[in-house]
Design a protein around this ligand. Structure first.
Ligand code: ZN
Length: 194
């Protein structure tokens, strides 16, 4: 990785395609979106976003605003990550959060000292904007991809790639950079930025 990849290579900013664009546009506006199945007898929400329901395989799924509340399922404090820009940001807390709607989401916890992290603690969504931490200092919705036990939550709700689920290739909507705004979580009731 070193040498072969330019130091400017980014591992944290997902590519946007026609399917995931609404998700990232909402994130840029400070809203977290989920996908919910509309099939009779199912109705489950899922995350990361897919164009079919991962529980019943129905393609009758729609975007839905999430409440933005959740609880901490598990976490890992990352002290080393050679993928830019994470190396400049360690230590950070890669986490899996149980959303109020049910899905389990790979994310990052901000604004909470490591010693205060507790399983089940209430969390609220927040959004990290590109530039908050200066060039190369963006957070990640897929923080676990850097080696924080991303496989722990299973493939259904917390794939290591986050919402970057489809590779549409050239000629589709075309890959593009997300706005650099990624959902993170902070302790509920804590208004201090991380
Ligand atoms: Zn379903």
């Amino acid at each position: 990785m070193r040498g072969a990849a330019r130091s400017t290579a980014r591992s944290d900013v997902p590519e946007v395609d026609a399917f995931t664009r609404p998700y990232w546009e909402a994130a840029a506006e400070g809203r977290l979106l989920l996908r919910r199945c509309r099939a009779e007898g199912c109705g489950r929400a899922h995350h990361y976003p897919r164009d079919f329901c991962p529980y019943c395989w129905s393609e009758d799924v729609d975007w839905e605003p999430a409440a933005g509340r959740g609880t901490l399922y598990t976490w890992s404090v990352v002290h080393r990550n050679d993928l830019p820009p994470f190396g400049d940001r360690v230590p950070y807390v890669a986490a899996v959060v149980d959303l109020a709607e049910g899905p389990r989401m790979m994310t990052e916890i901000v604004g909470c000292p490591e010693a205060d992290l507790r399983i089940g603690m209430p969390l609220v969504v927040d959004f990290r904007r590109d530039g908050d931490a200066g060039p190369g200092g963006v957070g990640s919705g897929g923080a676990g991809a850097g080696g924080a036990g991303s496989g722990d939550a299973g493939p259904e709700d917390a794939g290591p790639g986050g919402p970057r689920l489809r590779n549409t290739g050239p000629g589709d909507a075309g890959p593009g950079r997300a706005g650099g705004v990624v959902p993170v979580f902070r302790p509920a009731g804590n208004s201090v930025a991380g």
